[in-house]
Design a binder for this molecule. Structure first.
Ligand code: MLT
Length: 312
């Protein structure tokens, strides 16, 4: 009877709406990617995907909620590089980033930009770095908590200027952006999915991109390496996860829907406008995300340990 019930479940999946947890505030970069993909996945699955924002603690609150959820395919998590960095940054996580989830597939990889309030003095990126070093005790930098991409980039930024800066944590860089535009905070390193429109609109200042090459959307903006800081290179890969123990049939069905979404030309166009692109279909698979996650946990561990940044 159990076997029949399991088979029926797999065949009927999904027969009701699915919750996609975004571990950061609404309106920010992760939310933007999630909502784009969720809408197209819903069409493929024939069931609605409801995006739920569970911000706080650098993405670990939302991730923990999904790790503890019923492993039935009806709760999933869209998270980014923070899944890998939090494995080292947090000493007492209630879940295991490496083993607490069933990876579904990679979604996209997003460049970051070093941005500032629009009236910050320095004219270009090298001048900014000198200015920040000089004024490290008064400059403020926003991030989305320990484990956020903005936190990771901020950590590399402080290593680059060789000075500690006062950081202000938010539940996501969506709300942080509001304060940067308002001039209540000086600096941020944030994903192009959140900064492109503001830089182009002139409501904030864009200084450099964190990719090895310049971006088509900002041909005049230098790379961090061009400015003399190659150590600031970082890209924010995103993945889709279900809780560990989710039936493989459901995970595979989610992966098929993810691949359909990423193949949608409308999504590719929208992501290109924001400086990024969908992951290729071959990467939108459980095996590819598992390999990426394990590789990235190992890659960032010594860098974080050398920086000596931890949370409990
Ligand atoms: C967000 O969606 O708010 C971000 O991805 C935050 C971050 O990781 O910097």
């Amino acid at each position: 009877a159990t076997l029949m019930a399991t088979t029926a479940l797999a065949q009927d999946y999904p027969d009701r709406s699915i919750t996609m947890v975004v571990p950061f505030a609404a309106g920010g970069p992760t939310d933007t990617v999630a909502r784009l993909v969720a809408e197209r996945m819903s069409a493929d699955l024939g069931q609605q995907i409801i995006v739920e924002n569970v911000g706080g603690a650098g993405g670990t609150l939302g991730a923990g909620q999904v790790a503890a959820a019923e492993a039935d395919g009806y709760t999933v998590l869209l998270h980014h590089i923070g899944m890998a960095t939090s494995a080292t940054l947090y000493r007492n996580l209630a879940y295991s980033p490496a083993d607490g989830f069933a990876p579904v597939g990679l979604v996209t990889e997003v460049p970051m930009t070093i941005v500032a309030r629009k009236d910050l003095e320095p004219a270009d990126f090298p001048a900014l770095m000198a200015y920040v070093k000089e004024n490290a005790d008064t400059i403020t930098m926003a991030n989305a908590g320990i484990g956020a991409a903005s936190h990771l980039c901020g950590m590399l930024f402080m290593q680059a200027v060789d000075a500690p800066i006062v950081t202000v944590p938010y539940k996501g860089t969506g709300p942080a952006m509001t304060e940067l535009i308002g001039g209540q905070i000086d600096l941020m390193c944030d994903q192009t999915t959140n900064t492109t429109e503001q830089i182009k609109g002139g409501t904030i200042k864009g200084y450099a991109v964190t990719t090895p090459a310049r971006l088509d959307i900002f041909p005049d903006m230098p790379t961090v390496a061009e400015g003399g800081f190659p150590g600031l290179e970082v890209s924010v890969w995103h993945g889709l996860y279900a809780p560990a123990g989710t039936p493989p049939e459901a995970v595979d069905r989610l992966a098929t829907a993810l691949q359909a979404a990423l193949a949608d030309p409308g999504i590719a166009t929208k992501l290109a406008e924001l400086g990024t692109a969908p992951s290729p279909a071959a990467d939108a698979t459980p095996a590819a995300l598992k390999a990426k996650l394990d590789g990235e946990i190992a890659r960032w561990k010594p860098i974080i340990e050398a920086a000596g940044v931890y949370a409990d």
